[in-house]
Ligand binder design. Structure first.
Ligand SMILES: NC(=O)c1ccc[n+]([C@@H]2O[C@H](COP(=O)([O-])OP(=O)(O)OC[C@H]3O[C@@H](n4cnc5c(N)ncnc54)[C@H](OP(=O)(O)O)[C@@H]3O)[C@@H](O)[C@H]2O)c1
Length: 251
């Protein structure tokens, strides 16, 4: 299949939803891919689907749990050895464990912070160091509009995405002078497993649309992408809503 790119990308959290669709669309652009996640059956089906479609071995996978922090440095070097070079790294792994109305649960909160924040730091610190030395590279973090404010419905998830936003912003500010691009993606509602594949509507977007927006952000080296775009307005309203409004919101 004709393709336009000779780039190599790593997607962490590639087995379903946004990560899987990003893998499909990057493969069509000619990227060599290393796909990581915990569910081997999903990764295997995806890598076979991609390689069948592009009629060559453009995707490979490794089973990995991002909370196994100690394994990450060795894994990073292994992937570098396999791909020969990394041009793009996407940290997409994330979990949302809803909190009941009167529930406060540290086990759930810890799992969310480990997956959404500490895993990101464990991977992206290594990527940042590598790209800084190379003087090139792109880092993409899949965050959320949920990081704009603390809402009653999802304290740890909101906190995790707020931390991810700030961490990515700081990486961008450190790495821009070395020619390294850092993109923060803030999806609204995207119809994936995370929101029980909710029916598409004005507020719930299909996953391919979200990924097209992300690819534009990568190509144009944007700092931040809201997807769908209308969520930029929602993000602004949330950031600027007075506290008493946030207290009354039941979401
Ligand atoms: N869907 C939405 O409405 C929405 C909105 C805002 C932001 N987001 C963000 O978008 C990202 C992707 O979510 P999605 O909507 O595409 O949902 P999804 O289909 O549930 O995808 C989550 C991905 O993260 C991986 N993952 C989770 N825990 C992991 C772990 N411990 N180690 C390795 N991989 C792990 C999952 O793979 P395994 O389970 O196989 O490990 C899966 O590939 C997340 O960061 C999410 O917070 C989604």
């Amino acid at each position: 299949m004709k393709h336009t790119s000779d780039k190599r990308a790593v997607i962490i959290g590639a087995s379903s939803g946004i990560g899987a669709e990003l893998a499909r669309q990057l493969a069509r652009e000619g990227y060599q891919l290393m796909l990581l996640a915990r569910r081997e059956d999903k990764l295997k089906a995806l890598y076979m689907e991609i390689n069948r479609e592009v009629r060559e071995r453009r995707a490979q996978y490794i089973v990995h749990d991002v909370t196994d922090f100690q394994s990450i440095p060795l894994l990073f070097d292994q992937i570098l050895g396999i791909l020969g070079r990394i041009d793009l790294i996407v940290y997409n792994a994330g979990i949302l464990l809803p909190a009941g109305e009167r529930e406060f649960n540290f086990s759930k909160d810890m799992a969310i912070m480990q997956t959404n924040v500490l895993g990101a730091m464990a991977w992206l610190d290594l990527a940042a160091e590598y790209f800084q030395k190379r003087g090139a590279g792109q880092i993409v973090g899949i965050s959320s509009v949920g990081g704009e404010r603390g809402r009653a419905g999802a304290p740890a998830y909101n906190a995790s995405k707020a931390a991810l936003n700030t961490y990515l912003e700081a990486l961008r500010n450190r790495l821009a002078r070395f020619g390294v691009h850092v993109l923060t993606v803030k999806p609204g509602f995207i119809s994936t497993d995370m929101i029980q594949n909710a029916k598409e509507s004005f507020w719930v977007a299909p996953v391919d649309l979200a990924v097209s927006d992300i690819l534009i952000g990568i190509r144009k080296r944007k700092q931040e992408v809201y997807t769908p775009k209308r969520w930029r307005v929602v993000g602004w309203l949330m950031r600027n809503a007075p506290s008493f409004v946030m207290r009354r919101l039941a979401i």
